[in-house]
Ligand binder design. Structure first.
Ligand code: NAP
Length: 276
């Protein structure tokens, strides 16, 4: 019988997940499907009934449902609760389990792009304090980073994250970069600055240690102004596309029973769909 998976969202036509999972299904010769389904908020409850009926092995959840599905899942793993969002559903015996794979995607991307990045990493700076920052904080905590400074336009939002998520987190405005930059071995942008070429004003990457790694989870464009500035200073960089690809791995494995690889060919296929 064909194993079926999905991504639900509203709207959903922007999602690259069907291309990612479709590539893996073909590569592994699996009798399966992965379809994008537009589910409006008012239809979510009915969709969960369909899930419990066993039509699908599971699927992904994207905007605007990542928080709403919490209440509808039969179980949610503790890290997804800490992150505050569910992006992956797995159906087993008529029960829907919710999880969040974004933090694994973030880690998988850095492990592939900058092996050993967390070894003896003492201090890190996270730019932004929205939903994606939560997954990054959980990821950095899991690798034992000693101190993580969260810098955000609205300092109160950074402070809220620092107090909500248990870990070595402190909250600041962007002006704190001048003081914190010289000690930071890692800078992660999780804010939406960088999308469509927007840039941080007054963030002097020249203050960072020469060995620092700069990564951006924004991947449209793939080389954001932040990454371009870091490259110009000969700092190590990792772009955000790999996070999208790596976050898809655990879901595919759970639904289709095979752990897929993030290959250069897959990356090239998705890159071809992005703005440059
Ligand atoms: P979000 O919850 O809406 O958070 C947005 C963040 O950006 C907040 O920190 C916000 O600051 C800041 N921000 C927005 N506009 C700003 C501006 N004009 N000036 C300064 N700061 C601004 O969004 P999110 O879900 O965390 O997503 C953030 C980005 O990550 C998006 O571009 C998304 O595409 C990307 N992302 C990538 C992946 C991946 O797989 N690579 C996964 C998830 C998300 P305030 O708190 O001050 O409003």
């Amino acid at each position: 019988m064909t194993t079926k998976a999905f991504v639900i969202g509203h709207p959903i036509n922007h999602s690259r997940s069907p291309l990612i999972h479709g590539t893996w299904l073909t590569e592994h010769g699996i009798d399966g499907s992965y379809e994008a389904i537009d589910v409006a908020p008012a239809e979510l409850l009915a969709f969960f009934e369909r899930l419990r009926g066993g039509e699908f092995a599971g699927g992904n959840v994207t905007i605007p449902h990542k928080e709403a599905v919490f209440a509808l899942c039969d179980s949610v793993d503790p890290l997804a609760k800490t992150i505050g969002a569910v992006n992956t559903l797995v159906v087993r015996d008529g029960k829907v389990h919710g999880t969040n794979t974004d933090y694994l995607g973030f880690l998988g991307n850095l492990d592939a792009g900058a092996p050993g990045w967390a070894d003896s990493l003492d201090e890190a700076i996270v730019l932004g304090a929205g939903g994606a920052a939560r997954a990054v904080l959980v990821a950095l905590r899991s690798r034992g980073v000693r101190q993580v400074h969260i810098l955000n336009r609205t300092v109160a939002n950074a402070a809220q994250l620092a107090s909500h998520i248990d870990g070595p987190f402190s909250a600041h405005g962007y002006e704190a970069f001048a003081e914190l930059g010289p000690k930071a071995g890692l800078v992660v942008n999780t804010s939406s600055i960088g999308m469509h070429g927007t840039r941080f004003e007054g963030l002097d990457l020249g203050l960072l240690p020469k060995t620092a790694l700069v990564t951006d989870i924004v991947y449209t464009p793939q080389v954001t102004p932040l990454l371009a500035d870091a490259k110009a200073l000969a700092l190590r960089t990792v772009d955000g596309l790999g996070m999208l690809l790596h976050q898809a791995v655990p879901g595919f494995e759970a639904w289709f029973g095979t752990r897929p690889l993030v290959t250069p060919a897959l990356r090239a296929r998705i890159e071809a769909t992005l703005e440059h």
